[in-house]
Ligand binder design. Structure first.
Ligand code: BES
Ligand code: ZN
Ligand code: ZN
Length: 503
């Protein structure tokens, strides 16, 4: 899809279809809609009077403008966006998505979006394009029939009178972000047979080469040398060797004298059968997405390499399968993590925290001063927050607040869960320093309490994306399946940090 922008009027645009936002209870005889009503020969007033068009969120009205010489586009999609006062970048992104998914189904080849949000053109153009690009993702790669074959060839972002440079810059940023979110979704959607740890490393190599990132991949021999007994105990049951992917972005002109290093660490379990603590069969196929935390880090790094912020960023992705076999780690085994801490493995299905423990320790060894880890870590988080909010927990309240704020800007919701030191009692072991499960109570919190043991001395937060990384239902602006949650928030965090360090 070609993506362009214009600061001219939507009337003169050479596109097949126009998508225009309409606010709740908006009148046809005032302001923007008055002009549109005049141009379209009274059709807007007629739609509003008949209450067919009320501007409710995600409501759409589609029509052909036959024989109209006042406007070049021949088709019009009116997209309800709810209350004008609540209309922010989040709703704009969804409006653009609803428009593109809807117009693709109508076989439109060229589309223009009039979001009608006023403000910074760069910001607005970016979220329009993000929403548009993300909306066209479908997880049907392996289907040979009934596939969506229709394609939109051209998208134009319309902001009448906006500054052209900002508009262009935002359009490009939106494309990079949208494509990187879809990259993450593509990885998450791949079956475990194709997306093995080795394959994850290959995909990391591809983005490193294409976009210019530094790459290092530790094989099991190097993990052994580093003393990563916690990570290695998870891959022991599998024929596929574990891989520890390190991606590094270094800006061409870093701020002088700063030793700050932001690191993203993502769980890369390419298939989680539970290991010897085998999961029940129902829905086990979904456990191919247990590497989404890792894919999120890779998607974010892919975008960072192109957006070129002024601060360095490290991406660390421990990858492994979790399978049962004669060599697999057994419940009751004790392993030694890179930090020297000993762990009693009570349940081999609590494997995510085991691989993250050594990955966090390694990020610290590489100089990370702030660490955000993300993982499809617990089923319990879906019970607590459903598929709406991502859980965030951490030891640095400022960092947690920053994640929540950046999430709001990016249109992604985060909700903090407590992490009082009392929870750590639940992971005390009788024979080792800690154990890898903390009983039935507060499962998401005790998982984070386990990770906290390895994040001492740095500013640290953890995102449990198990409930939000996979959508069971489609929305007008999004297919069901992998959501790419948190990629946009991570990019906001980086942008905000880069801005701060530039003063
Ligand atoms: N990958 C799972 C968590 C998960 C469950 C992700 C459902 C997405 C959807 C994780 O490795 C796991 O199995 N966690 C256990 C922990 C338990 C054994 C303490 C869980 O949540 O049941
Ligand atoms: Zn598991
Ligand atoms: Zn898992």
């Amino acid at each position: 899809m070609r993506i362009e922008s214009t600061n001219g009027s939507y009337r003169d645009l050479e596109v097949q279809a126009l998508a225009i936002a309409v606010f709740k209870d908006e009148k046809a005889d005032d302001g923007f809609l008055k002009d549109l009503d005049a141009i379209t020969g009274g059709v807007i007033k007629s739609l509003i009077d008949s209450e067919e068009l009320q501007g409710k969120e995600a409501e759409t009205v589609y029509l052909h403008l036959v024989g109209n010489d006042q406007i070049k586009a021949q088709r019009l999609l009116l997209v309800g966006v709810g209350e004008r006062a609540d209309y922010t970048t989040t709703e704009v992104s969804q409006m653009a998505g609803t428009a593109l998914r809807g117009l693709r189904a109508k076989n439109a080849k060229s589309v223009a979006i009039v979001s009608r949000l006023e403000g910074n053109p760069e910001e607005i153009a970016s979220v329009v394009v993000e929403g548009a690009v993300m909306s066209l993702y479908d997880p049907d790669k392996y289907r040979t029939s009934d596939k969506e074959e229709r394609q939109i060839e051209k998208l134009v972002v319309v902001m009448d009178g906006a500054d052209e440079t900002g508009l262009k810059r935002g359009t490009e940023r939106g494309r990079i972000i949208g494509e990187s979110v879809n990259f993450t979704r593509d990885l998450a959607n791949e079956p475990g047979a194709y997306m093995t740890p080795t394959n994850m490393a290959e995909r990391a190599r591809e983005i490193a080469t294409e976009f210019g990132l530094n790459l290092d991949v530790l094989d099991e021999a190097r993990m052994e040398q580093e003393g990563m007994g916690s990570l290695l105990c998870v891959s022991r049951g599998s024929d596929e060797p574990a891989q520890l992917i390190i991606l590094k972005y270094t800006p061409s002109s870093a701020a002088e004298g700063s030793d700050d290093l932001l690191a993203f660490v993502g769980k890369g379990i390419t298939f989680d059968s539970g290991g010897i603590s085998l999961k029940p069969g129902e829905n086990m196929e979904l456990m191919k997405y247990d590497m989404t935390g890792g894919a999120t880090v890779m998607g974010a790094m892919r975008a960072i390499a192109q957006l070129k912020p002024a601060i360095p960023v490290l991406g660390v992705v421990p990858c492994s399968e979790n399978l049962p076999s004669g060599k697999a780690t057994k419940p009751g085994d004790v392993v030694r993590a890179m930090t020297g801490k000993t762990i009693e493995v009570i349940n081999t299905d609590a494997e995510g925290r085991l691989i993250l423990a050594d990955a966090i320790a390694y990020a610290k060894k590489l100089g990370a001063t702030t660490i955000i880890d993300m993982a499809t870590l617990t089923g319990a988080v879906s019970i607590a927050l459903g598929d709406i909010n991502t859980a965030v927990l951490g030891t640095d309240q400022e960092l947690v607040d920053e994640i929540i704020t950046a999430g709001k800007e990016a249109g992604e919701k985060f909700w903090q869960l407590p992490l009082d030191k009392e929870y750590t009692k639940q992971i005390k072991s009788d024979i080792a320093d800690i154990k890898n499960v903390g009983g039935r109570k507060a499962g998401t919190i005790t998982a984070a309490a386990f990770l906290k043991e390895f994040a001492e001395g740095v500013s640290w937060a953890h995102l449990d994306i198990a409930g939000t990384a996979w959508a069971d239902d489609a929305k007008p602006f999004r297919a069901k399946g992998p959501t790419g949650i948190a990629v946009r928030t991570l990019l906001r965090i980086v942008a905000r940090a880069a801005q701060k360090c530039q003063g």
